[in-house]
Design a protein around this ligand. Structure first.
Ligand code: HEM
Length: 418
């Protein structure tokens, strides 16, 4: 089924809404986009069973829910699973990325330097940058105490991207919050990264998500490609620590498209995930007494270094929320070998089976057992040996950004006077 033809009517309706600059309608567009991705996530979560033994065959494929089996699938020690399905989808969107390549020379060639550069960003460095930007964003509000976390996220994440990736550059890619995504140029950051990500990583995207994911991904590939070509034409190199490291890893102008995909892939790894975990965390704190309780703890902390205070007071609560409501809640694999999975109620897996890796169930198993571990939401711990091939290289950077923003919004109301 071709989504381009089947969805053309919906697409043109969406386009006309997007073109309308009336405030009410663009807010409606934002809400609709939001609905699409959250509803989709909820549908996936609701469809997930929690079988005894941690694995079950369902009508849609093999669902893996226990922490042990989720980590076993991520580690993939027997090479039973492939990530190739990601690139089958990415090909029509942002273009193939190394997260969609199984381990081998091509994966190594594309990923080694890029992942090393990402792993070089420390939690403290990311914390300090995010803290500074969040404080500036709060200060610009008429009433900082009445902040909207999505708003703060949009502003701070655009600044984070500009600092580490040179994008948004203001010309080819413009700064624009998640609700500003639309299917027309110019590309927007962080807005346009949500739909390719949801489309590629959710196990079962529907037609609307497929169309949005393909279209916004194409916009990004073209825009970042043009941005890089214009830098090369001007004899310039990127200023961001990560975009510069990637640029040096792929110095030939012939690699321009590959370089654009590496940059977009890393940004896509970061943006919707940080945004999702941030929103879920802060909104949960605001709904309960946690927000005020954390303010009290910050006031009473004897730590003088802000990073240490944030780690002492905010980080445990942040990790717990990430375990409760992680983004991504699930990812997927394709089985490539016949094998049995699980020991209690094992499931016979056949080549071609789709494997749903339920991160949310694995995280909640830990929560129930009183274990604090956010590694499953990052696809494993890349610093452990052995580690899953695709485990996130951005864990430290991501936790630093999340910590910087959450600390800043809690701290500004704690009366500590910073
Ligand atoms: C809360 C924030 C983040 C979460 C929850 C997250 C989650 C993940 C997950 C689950 C994977 C593995 C997917 C799979 O195995 O199917 C992954 C891979 C990846 N992430 Fe992250 N990520 C986050 C932040 C970041 C950041 C900040 C960056 C870079 C700036 C990044 C870049 C990447 C890259 C490049 C990969 C692919 C690694 C490879 O295939 O070698 N991520 N991430």
């Amino acid at each position: 089924m071709s989504s381009d033809t089947d969805g053309s009517k919906l697409f043109s309706t969406l386009g006309s809404v997007a073109r309308t600059q009336v405030k009410g309608l663009s807010a409606m567009w934002g809400m609709m986009l939001d609905q699409l991705s959250t509803n989709h996530a909820r549908a996936v979560a609701a469809g997930t069973v929690n079988p005894e033994g941690g694995v079950a065959r369902t009508a849609d494929g093999v669902v893996v829910t226990s922490k042990e089996l989720v980590m076993q699938v991520f580690l993939n020690a027997d090479e039973n699973y492939s990530v190739k399905g990601y690139n089958e989808r990415a090909a029509n969107s942002i273009g193939p990325i190394y997260l969609g390549l199984d381990w081998g020379p091509q994966y190594e060639q594309q990923s080694t330097k890029a992942n090393a550069a990402i792993m070089g960003v420390t939690r403290r460095e990311a914390f300090e940058f995010a803290l500074k930007e969040t404080r500036a964003a709060l200060k610009a509000l008429p009433d900082p105490a009445a902040f909207d976390i999505q708003n703060i996220s949009d502003t701070v994440l655009a600044a984070v991207c500009k600092n580490w990736f040179d994008v948004p550059d203001g010309e080819f890619v413009q700064a624009g919050g998640f609700a500003l995504s639309n299917i027309l140029p110019p590309a927007r950051c962080p807005a346009d990264y949500t739909y390719p990500s949801a489309y590629i990583f959710h196990p079962d995207p529907d037609v609307a998500l497929t169309m949005l994911g393909e279209r916004t991904g194409q916009l990004l590939r073209e825009a970042v490609g043009k941005f890089l070509a214009s830098l090369r034409a001007a004899g310039k190199i990127p200023q961001g620590a990560l975009s510069r490291a990637f640029f040096e890893a792929f110095p030939s102008p012939e690699d321009n498209d590959l370089l654009a995909r590496v940059i977009i892939g890393a940004m896509m790894g970061m943006l919707p995930t940080v945004n999702g975990n941030l929103n879920a965390t802060v909104k949960a704190w605001q709904r309960t007494s946690t927000f005020m309780a954390l303010q009290g703890k910050l006031k009473n902390s004897s730590q003088t270094d802000e990073f240490a205070r944030a780690q002492e007071v905010i980080e445990p609560a942040l990790q717990q929320e990430m375990q409760m409501a992680p983004t991504p809640d699930a990812v997927w694999r394709t089985a490539v070998k016949a094998h049995t999975l699980g020991s209690k109620n094992p499931v016979q897996v056949n080549p071609g089976d789709k494997i749903y890796v339920s991160i949310i169930q694995a995280m909640q198993e830990d929560l129930r057992a009183g274990v604090t571990d956010v590694c499953p939401v990052f696809g494993g711990n890349r610093r452990a040996a052995p580690h899953p091939v695709h485990a996130c290289p951005g864990l430290e950077m991501a936790m630093g950004i999340l910590l910087g923003i959450t600390y800043a919004v809690v701290d500004q109301q704690s009366g500590s006077g910073r």
